[in-house]
Write a protein that binds this ligand. Sequence first.
Ligand SMILES: C[S@@+](CC[C@H](N)C(=O)[O-])C[C@H]1O[C@@H](n2cnc3c(N)ncnc32)[C@H](O)[C@@H]1O
Length: 242
Amino acid sequence: MQASRATPNEFSRKLFAPLPSRYNLLAYLLSFGQDRRWRHAMLDHVVGSRPRLVLDVACGPGAVTKALTDKTDAHVVGLDLSEDMLREGQRNVTRAHLEGRVSLVLGRGERLPFADHTFDALTFTYLLRYVDDPQATMAELARVVKPGGPIANLEFAVPRRPVTRAAWWFYTRAVLPVAGYVTGGKGWWDVGRFLGPSISQHYKKYSVDWTVNAWEHAGIEHVESRAMSLGGGLVMWGYRAR
Ligand SMILES: C[S@@+](CC[C@H](N)C(=O)[O-])C[C@H]1O[C@@H](n2cnc3c(N)ncnc32)[C@H](O)[C@@H]1O
């Protein structure tokens, strides 16, 4: 699958279209079985503020959205640009009887259909690798959060230590595409082949320090990050400036 021929949004829609029904398995494989731990580490930075209205951007089939309803009393709005993902998300919401707690919205992280300062808190997962301008997208995410509200993110990362990085490289380039193909066929082979290089290229262009700076320029304060699972996962969080 060629990222260069389509816009990032078109590319994402196509990439994720065959995945929703078995997405959670993919997330498990991609995170070395760590996805649940990473997700909870991200949510820990949001739930303490007792938000009443939370936006979960790039919600996919809704694992983070649902975890937010488990850990808070908030109403949660999940937003994603993929109709296929949202359809699966809606099935999961119905299955969990969460229709009164969750609203799913079709939209783009780059241009959110909400007024300034609408949400008490915001989460986003695996988004910035799929946008043209991460700095502008961060400003757009910060725009819709109330002053003082927490913003938290989960993303894959490239381990720093040479030995761990070599093992990560082998896993993402050799194991992941094959594991994807065996568990999900051609669509997962494509995403398995795409992910490792996508993560590497993203961090070559936008280091973790660059990203912290981008958050700060977007008006987010007290930005911190935590590498998890030997550096394969990265949780970042901060608070909308008052
Ligand atoms: C790897 S999935 C993550 C799903 C979910 N957050 C989770 O952790 O299970 C990434 C999601 O980002 C969505 N996405 C990609 N680009 C986006 C954009 N510009 N705006 C909103 N969603 C986007 C994709 O459709 C996909 O559902």
